[in-house]
Design a protein around this ligand. Structure first.
Ligand code: SF4
Length: 168
């Protein structure tokens, strides 16, 4: 990727209030089966929107998708940002820079509609599955790339949220 494009993407991350961002090797993204267990047993959004399991891409599909890309952008946000909306908007701008394969993964369940249609998405420009819904171990992926994340133990601690954009 040209340095001028990297500079434009960096500016987009800042515009969308990212704390930090890193261009990464997609091979550093860790995909496991257990994150979906946590979705199924422990999250009230399971099965309730098209971006969550069982509708989101399976871990096996995610591994295959990652193999299709040579570059990733891991973006670190605080808890005050609508992460999925931000990464979907960045994805659109990167697509317009002629990176026609650009796809993104957000954080948390899709909350764009009051109730998901569960058949055809009403806001396809902004609806993206979360990293964890697709089987990505967000903690291990952030740590692989020297970015911070840890389990919060009280409400005073600040949240570390991540989104991933695959580019080529
Ligand atoms: S945008 Fe609406 S219809 Fe699409 S996945 Fe999200 S909640 Fe469902």
């Amino acid at each position: 990727m040209k340095q001028s494009d990297k500079d434009k993407i960096s500016a987009l991350c800042k515009e969308h209030k990212a704390i930090d961002y890193k261009f990464i090797d997609p091979k550093s993204v860790v995909v496991r089966y257990w994150p979906r267990f946590k979705c199924q047993y422990g999250c009230g959004a399971y099965g309730k929107n098209l971006c969550c399991p069982p509708h989101a891409p399976s871990p096996d599909d995610t591994k295959k998708i990652l193999d299709d890309f040579s570059l990733g952008l891991l973006v670190h946000f605080g808890g005050d940002v609508r992460v999925t909306k931000a990464i979907a908007s960045i994805e659109r701008e990167v697509f317009l820079l002629n990176y026609y394969k650009a796809i993104s993964f957000g954080a948390g369940p899709c909350r764009l509609c009051k109730e998901c249609s569960l058949t055809d998405c009403k806001i396809p420009k902004l609806a993206r599955p979360s990293m964890e819904a697709c089987g990505i171990d967000v903690y291990a992926t952030a740590h692989n790339n020297d970015l911070p994340i840890h389990v919060l133990t009280n409400k005073e601690q600040s949240e570390n949220c991540y989104a991933l954009l695959l580019i080529e």
